[in-house]
Design a protein around this ligand. Structure first.
Ligand code: G3I
Length: 389
């Protein structure tokens, strides 16, 4: 009795001091879940990491299955993990991911077959075009065919464009020429006819890069090669969410007859030292305390900005839900986000819908409310329309 009294006391001190190493339970879903809320509008996904695939955290696991109906592996399907040597593939984690998803009734978006970054070292050392072509062909055939039909979709090619819309200067462009994207889709379709195929990139809502993405997608289609959709990554900052560009992009991509997905959504609240936008993993800057202002918690004013940012985005997604197949958050909770380490290592960022204790943030409740209000407004709108007929 006395022991449990002491334990309760210790727990309340930890909670009142906001101790981040203590994780309070995830709240049950009486308030509504993300996937329940947007059922019938679009699939809601999250990126998951190795610990989550290995089901190391029961509370976090429940949060995922309560709120999401799709997962994207944040890192474990990238070439450097899945294909570490010329003649050796390592499917241990990706097989585990597929089993985890099947068990929990989650769709999987494979990420990613062809990306200039996170390549295995044997590829980075390649000098001749023949070796690169052989790697490229074997990699797509082997990986895509293993999971044919077991994945909902693949990001076949990731980030092949520069900011001005031209092709990115990468090992694939240099050694294989600018038809490599078409070839990647052709090979992926042959190897995996039962999985949807997407082109995925950041900043493709911005006009010049968007025009480049449209040229690329048309090139694939004009070659008679199958493509199902385009992924707009959606790495934005609370101080810069280009809503007009995003809306134009949704409309212009949909006109091509393909699905639009938001594949890596998060909203950084921290200053970007170089003032650039997007998610180029090669960007980095020195740590400076001025660049890390919220180590003690997120001020209300910034929390509000985050909420307003998510609210305006989800209003837009609802407006165009007929064109949008999936919205995926890039991580489950703030503690897991890559934005704590990019473009500056070791910062405290708050870009997602659940905090470090797995508690839903005001933005979570807000977007659930939007949908409730949206449904009510839509019903009364439809009712008024019927009355006026
Ligand atoms: O696994 C190693 C670990 O063994 C090692 O001790 C540690 C030391 O740094 O590094 C670990 O690898 C890190 C890996 O994430 C797993 O945590 C890499 O250094 C780190 O570079 C890698 O970052 C990932 C990044 O892509 C590069 O692959 C981020 O988690 C991931 O969120 C990010 O995701 C990309 C998308 O794939 C494409 N679009 C942009 C997006 C954000 O950059």
């Amino acid at each position: 009795m006395r022991d449990s009294f002491i334990l309760t006391g210790i727990l309340s001190i930890l909670l009142s001091t906001g101790c981040t190493s203590f994780r309070s339970p995830y709240e049950p879903k009486q308030t509504g879940s993300l996937k329940g809320t947007f059922k019938g509008d679009f699939t809601i996904g999250t990126a998951i990491n190795t610990d989550q695939i290995r089901e190391k955290d029961a509370t976090g696991g429940k949060l995922i299955t309560d709120n999401f109906d799709a997962v994207t592996p944040e890192n474990i399907m990238k070439a450097e993990v899945i294909h570490p040597e010329w003649d050796r593939y390592d499917f241990s984690l990706s097989d585990k991911l597929v089993a985890y998803a099947q068990k929990n009734n989650l769709k999987v978006n494979g990420h990613t077959l062809i990306w200039h970054s996170q390549l295995p070292s044997f590829v980075r050392r390649m000098k001749d075009a023949d070796s690169v072509r052989q790697y490229f062909t074997n990699h797509i055939k082997t990986v895509a065919s293993r999971y044919d039909g077991k994945l909902e979709s693949w990001d076949v090619v990731n980030e092949a464009l520069e900011e001005d819309g031209s092709m990115r200067r990468s090992i694939f462009l240099e050694k294989l020429g600018d038809n490599f994207v078409v070839e990647a889709f052709r090979l992926a379709r042959q190897a995996s006819p039962n999985t949807k195929l997407y082109y995925n990139d950041y900043n493709i809502e911005e006009p010049a890069k968007r025009a480049g993405a449209i040229r690329l997608i048309k090139k694939i289609q004009d070659a008679g090669v199958h493509i199902d959709g385009v992924g707009i990554q959606g790495h934005w900052n609370v101080n810069y969410i280009p809503l007009k560009h995003i809306e134009d992009a949704i409309i212009e991509f949909a006109v091509l007859g393909i699905d639009v997905a938001f594949t890596e959504l998060d909203l950084s609240v921290l200053p970007n030292p170089r003032n650039t936008i997007g998610a180029d993993v090669d960007q980095n800057a020195e740590y400076d305390a001025k660049l890390n202002p919220y180590t003690g918690g997120l001020p209300d004013s910034v929390q509000k900005k985050l909420t307003v940012g998510y609210e305006s985005l989800f209003r837009l997604f609802m407006k165009h839900s007929d064109k949008i197949g999936r919205v995926t958050l890039w991580g489950v909770h703030d503690g897991q986000s890559w934005l704590n380490n990019w473009p500056v290592m070791g910062r405290t960022n708050y870009p997602l819908l659940f905090d470090r204790q797995l508690k839903p943030k005001p933005a979570f409740y807000k977007i659930i409310k939007i949908k409730e209000n949206y449904s009510v407004n839509n019903q009364s709108h439809q009712k008024n329309a019927r009355i006026n007929q």
